[in-house]
Write a protein that binds this ligand. Structure first.
Ligand code: NAP
Length: 330
């Protein structure tokens, strides 16, 4: 039974997961490249480590969620990396989004040390991580998966076993291909709706109920209309994932023409300076091209202009009737 866990990488996703493991009663050791992010965990009872090698010593399970393949390789193979501290019988689990080939390299390296490995990336973002509502996929030895599953159940609302190592990483890229295309579709649709002069609050009301609805379209659409691009999943990480998907699909000769278009728009939005914003800021590239800004209608502008002076009461009645959503829902 797993009792002691090290968590490495306390970013947007890792901080939520490490907090939930602490809440679940595991003995937790944390390490983060920028040490200041570890301090709040020490106050909650976690042990702080000064390097990955120190963090992984004498724990049952080592978990990490790091930005990209390069970060994962540095933390595992680097000086004072995981491999210089981990011992036979321990289990390692990578929850980052990386290439399946990277997961396989991790598995091979750990196997040489007698360490079992699971790739276990996640769907869901900042809020789902904080609320232990992630959708988790895991791959590797089935018996090891069964041993780790109770830990994963403290982090997510679903846990799927995908089979051999690399399969969960592959599933994550398949899912993120769909996410990228959904975000592009939303952005293109909202820009077109704005150009067509549609009431965008009503557009979102339709998106919420129509047969193509999805929680991702609704939450991102509503935030775009509020011009809220605060980061749950950074645009620069979406661009990183687009590059991973392209590499992965190329290795399997699988066509991804639409993803290439999304990749270009993501690149343009990053070049415009929005890489640290939420991935929905992808729309900014299209807005620039279209010379428009998509936003929810201010309750007072367009209708008021069509009314005669002094008819404020009449205006309020018309506004409530014709633009219910402009008043407060978005
Ligand atoms: P994040 O907030 O940017 O955090 C990244 C973490 O990686 C930080 O702890 C960072 O340390 C660490 N890191 C980066 N480069 C490093 C290096 N060279 N050496 C050591 N540590 C390094 O990212 P996130 O949003 O939590 O995402 C983490 C992973 O989950 C990514 O693979 C991402 O694609 C995936 N993911 C994210 C979401 C999401 O919605 N955010 C959803 C699903 C999957 P510092 O604090 O020192 O920078």
């Amino acid at each position: 039974m797993i009792k002691t866990i090290s968590y490495l990488g306390l970013g947007t996703m890792g901080s939520g997961m490490a907090s939930n493991l602490l809440k679940a009663g595991y003995q937790i050791t944390v390490w983060n490249r920028s040490p200041e992010k570890s301090e709040s965990f020490a106050r909650k009872g976690a042990r702080l480590a000064s390097s990955p090698a120190e963090a992984v010593r004498d724990v049952d399970l080592v978990v990490y969620s790091l930005s990209n393949d390069q970060a994962v390789e540095e933390v595992i193979f680097g000086t004072k990396g995981i491999l210089s501290g981990i011992k036979e019988g321990q289990i390692a689990m990578d929850m980052s989004t990386v290439l399946p080939a990277t997961s396989l390299r991790e598995q091979e390296a750990y196997a040489k040390h007698g360490v079992d490995f699971l790739d276990a990336p996640v769907f869901g973002s900042k809020q789902e991580s904080a609320d232990a509502k992630l959708w988790i996929m895991a791959a590797g030895n089935k018996a090891i998966f069964e041993k780790v599953k109770p830990v994963l159940e403290h982090l997510g609302q679903t846990v799927h076993y995908l089979g051999k190592n690399g399969n969960a990483a592959a599933m994550k890229l398949v899912g993120n291909l769909i996410v990228a295309l959904e975000l592009e579709a939303l952005a293109e649709g909202l820009v077109l709706a704005q150009k067509a002069g549609l009431d965008l609050s009503t557009v979102m009301e339709v998106v919420k109920v129509a047969d193509f609805r999805s929680p991702l379209l609704v939450s991102n659409g509503q935030n775009i209309l509020k011009r809220d691009f605060s980061t749950s999943f950074a645009l620069k990480l979406m661009l990183k994932d687009a590059a991973l998907i392209e590499k992965f699909a190329k290795s399997l000769q699988s066509p991804i023409p639409a993803l290439r278009v999304v990749g270009k728009n993501l690149e343009s939005a990053v070049t415009l300076g929005f890489g640290e914003e939420n991935a929905s800021a992808l729309i900014r590239a299209l807005e620039k091209e279209a010379s428009v800004e998509v936003k929810g209608r201010s309750p007072f502008s367009p209708v008021k202009r069509s009314l005669k002076r002094g008819s404020r009461n009449q205006f309020m009645r018309v506004r409530k009737k014709s633009h219910p959503c402009a008043i407060g829902t978005l």
